[in-house]
Design a protein around this ligand. Structure first.
Ligand code: ACO
Length: 273
């Protein structure tokens, strides 16, 4: 088969304010080539500030979420061309994963199948992750003679803890979606035939929340992980004050609906936006 045009390495649709973005090289198990990485960056940029997008879901066409980095196009071909090309390819890949980590909108990884190595970058980039129970996760780097780079070693130890991370990275054995959920690599695992339904349910809840507060919350959770307690306290005060600049009325309205109108209870759900 002829190589897919760069533009077609990623596909997306928007339905009811949910952008469903897919790795779209199913014939290559959605492994990440430089073309795909460039296209994904463009797609993320396109969708980030659109009013008709409130939540972004990242998933894969076919049997894979993503089989990690493209061993041929990302590694071998760039190594043959020299260090400058290797570094450029790294910047293109790491660039969109970073963009995803600090995305303006909530993001969900919908892990439908194979998820290897480099794919842990975008997996961690997404705020939430739901897997099919039979999806397969692996740090297969050790199986072909490298260590888990591209953040993968850091991600596995942060999300799953020391012993699980060591075993996973050293043994090169896969775990299924259920085990990934038990480990904290994803939030939950559900039967494959209910995966989209469950992700839609979560996305719909997020669409009902104050978007400025959601953005502040997701960035805060990422930032405070690496801060001292006192620094986090200070960061959280400043971040809420900055959020008030973008949305001065939201919480006043919420307070009014609770205290005056008695039309909702914050302990049981979101106020009417
Ligand atoms: N890099 C390059 N090509 C790949 C990759 C990859 N990571 N993964 C799959 N492909 C290609 C195969 O070479 C094959 O190409 P071809 O049709 O031209 O021969 C095609 O995708 C289909 O792959 P199969 O192996 O035939 O698919 P199958 O469904 O039998 O197996 C599996 C799927 C298990 C995902 C297998 O393809 C595989 O082991 N892939 C590599 C996974 C991996 O280790 N990724 C690297 C992680 S480390 C890192 O990302 C830094």
């Amino acid at each position: 088969m002829q190589d897919r045009a760069e533009h077609d390495t990623v596909s997306y649709t928007i339905e009811n304010r949910i952008a469903w973005v897919s790795f779209n090289r199913p014939e290559k198990r959605n492994c990440m080539s430089p073309s795909l990485n460039r296209r994904m960056q463009e797609v993320l940029d396109e969708l980030e500030f659109r009013d008709d997008v409130g939540v972004l879901v990242l998933t894969g066409e076919g049997s894979a979420f993503s089989a990690g980095m493209d061993l041929k196009e990302y590694f071998r071909e760039n190594e043959e061309k020299g260090l400058g090309h290797v570094r450029k390819a790294q910047r293109e890949a790491y660039g969109w994963w970073e963009r995803l980590r600090w995305y303006e909108k909530p993001t969900i990884a919908m892990v439908n199948g194979w998820c290897f190595g480099g794919a842990y970058g975008p997996l961690f980039g997404c705020d939430l992750a739901v897997a099919a129970e039979d999806a397969q996760f692996g740090l297969s780097e050790i199986n072909w003679g490298i260590l888990p780079g591209g953040g993968a070693s850091k991600i596995i130890v942060e999300l799953t803890g020391f012993r699980n991370a060591m075993y996973h990275a050293m043994m090169g054995e896969n775990v299924d979606g259920r085990k990934a959920a038990e480990w904290g690599l994803v939030n939950e695992a559900v039967p494959a035939d209910t995966l989209k339904e469950r992700v839609t349910e979560i996305a719909t809840v997020l669409l009902g929340k104050n978007p400025v507060a959601l953005r502040g919350t997701k960035w805060a959770i990422r930032r405070v992980r690496e801060m001292t307690f006192d620094n986090s306290m200070d960061y959280l005060v400043r971040t809420q004050e900055a959020a008030n600049f973008f949305d001065a009325e939201g919480r006043k309205e919420a307070t009014r609906q609770f205290i005056d109108d008695k039309t909702y209870k914050p302990g049981l759900g979101a106020y009417d936006l």
